[in-house]
Design a protein. Structure first.
Length: 135
């Protein structure tokens, strides 16, 4: 059996060595972060007050602003995409942001407003859809 003082010294040395090893590991581990919440996406109809924002968006997209009402997509309160409702024009969007999801959601909602089910659009050949959009 070990002497009490000798046993205490061994235990304290092992404790200090273990703390040194763990301290080194903690420094190399990346800091844990809380996952970010996804941005808020809102789809709404345009109003007269949205004209300046629509013109700015069309300018960013290097396109002319078609006449008529629009369906707007806002991410965290900022306009990022707009789709014309009355005409068959292409949606306009901010080219400096990821807007593919917002554009797809706008296209789906425009089809819903026109009463065309999404499955019916997929059955029409692409060349016929393009010809109809150009007319």
């Amino acid at each position: 059996m070990l002497h009490k003082t000798y046993a205490t010294t061994i235990v304290s040395e092992r404790l200090v060595a273990a703390q040194r090893q763990t301290a080194g590991r903690r420094r190399s581990e990346p800091p844990r972060s809380v996952p970010e919440a996804p941005p808020d996406l809102a789809v709404r109809m345009s109003t007269a007050a949205d004209l300046d924002a629509l013109e700015r968006l069309a300018g960013l997209d290097s396109r002319r602003l078609p006449a008529g009402p629009f369906l707007l997509a806002e991410v965290d309160g900022e306009l990022v995409a707009a789709a014309p409702i009355g005409s068959a024009g292409e949606p306009i969007s901010d080219p400096f942001r990821h807007t593919a999801d917002a554009r797809a959601l706008l296209a789906l909602r425009v089809r819903q407003l026109h009463g065309v089910p999404a499955a019916a659009v997929r059955r029409i050949p692409l060349r016929m859809r393009r010809a109809a959009a150009a007319a």
